[in-house]
Design a protein around this ligand. Structure first.
Ligand SMILES: [Zn+2]
Ligand SMILES: [Zn+2]
Length: 246
């Protein structure tokens, strides 16, 4: 029935591709084949487990990740690089109040997750502080996580909450940023204890947010944490003061 409705919607020309607004979005707002070719999608095989990006070193993690201390999550999948059309999609979702970009991003994530074969029991999004939630009226990571949950049949859990708004982290020292974040995040629903968690965020820049969140989950009894991000900022070496605006 769902499939029939989807085909009908595609035939009617509903739910166009949100990037070009011309081609049919497969009846459910997905990116069309033409636009898909322009996306900076990252390969799943041979990825760096620290950031989900390409592993450009002969070691277990990529050169950029070598700068960072061990992260408390064991694997990461990144859908694409935060450049070009990929960046455009995320910026539209995040800053231009276009929630219709959540579905195509989540569908690409579902594809990459299946390809990676990583295992998880529950899905937890990186939370937004309620003040920012009020301004934007939705949390982009939560929208994406909810669609992944619906598509994979795994429960969405609001395991974390943001108790303090974090200001722009740009320009701060790594240690200071980590301290700020640690104070800002807290456990909301502890039922992830004993479970394998998939932590979802929109953009991974330095991985500080995901690392801090994963650390809190592990400390509160998560069996393991793996990470999914929609886009990974191409990182120049020694440049971790990149913007991490939430
Ligand atoms: Zn298109
Ligand atoms: Zn890496």
């Amino acid at each position: 029935m769902k499939e029939l409705l989807r085909r009908f919607a595609a035939w009617c020309g509903f739910f166009r591709c949100p990037l070009c607004m011309e081609q049919s979005g497969n009846g459910c707002n997905e990116v069309c084949q033409e636009c898909r070719k322009k996306l900076p999608l990252l390969p799943v095989q041979g990825r760096c487990p620290g950031c989900g990006g390409r592993n450009d070193s002969a070691l277990a993690i990529c050169q950029a990740c070598l700068e960072f201390p061990m992260r408390p999550y064991i694997d990461a999948v990144a859908v694409m690089e935060y450049t070009g059309k990929g960046r455009e999609m995320i910026r539209n979702l995040k800053f231009r109040r276009s929630p219709e970009f959540a579905r195509p991003l989540a569908m690409l994530a579902v594809e990459k997750l299946a390809e990676s074969g990583i295992y998880f029991d529950v899905i937890i999004p990186i939370p937004l502080h309620w003040q920012r939630n009020l301004v934007r009226s939705y949390n982009q990571s939560e929208l994406i996580a909810a669609i992944i949950a619906a598509e994979t049949g795994k429960p969405l859990l609001h395991g974390l909450k943001k108790i303090l708004p974090t200001r722009r982290q740009a320009g701060l020292q790594k240690e200071q940023r980590q301290r700020n974040l640690k104070r800002a995040l807290a456990v909301k629903d502890p039922s992830f204890s004993g479970k394998h968690v998939l932590l979802v965020d929109d953009v991974l820049t330095t991985g500080t947010t995901l690392s801090t969140a994963a650390g809190i989950l592990m400390k509160n009894g998560a069996a393991s944490v793996r990470v999914l991000c929609c886009a990974r900022t191409p990182l120049k070496r020694n440049s971790y003061v990149a913007k991490e605006k939430k």
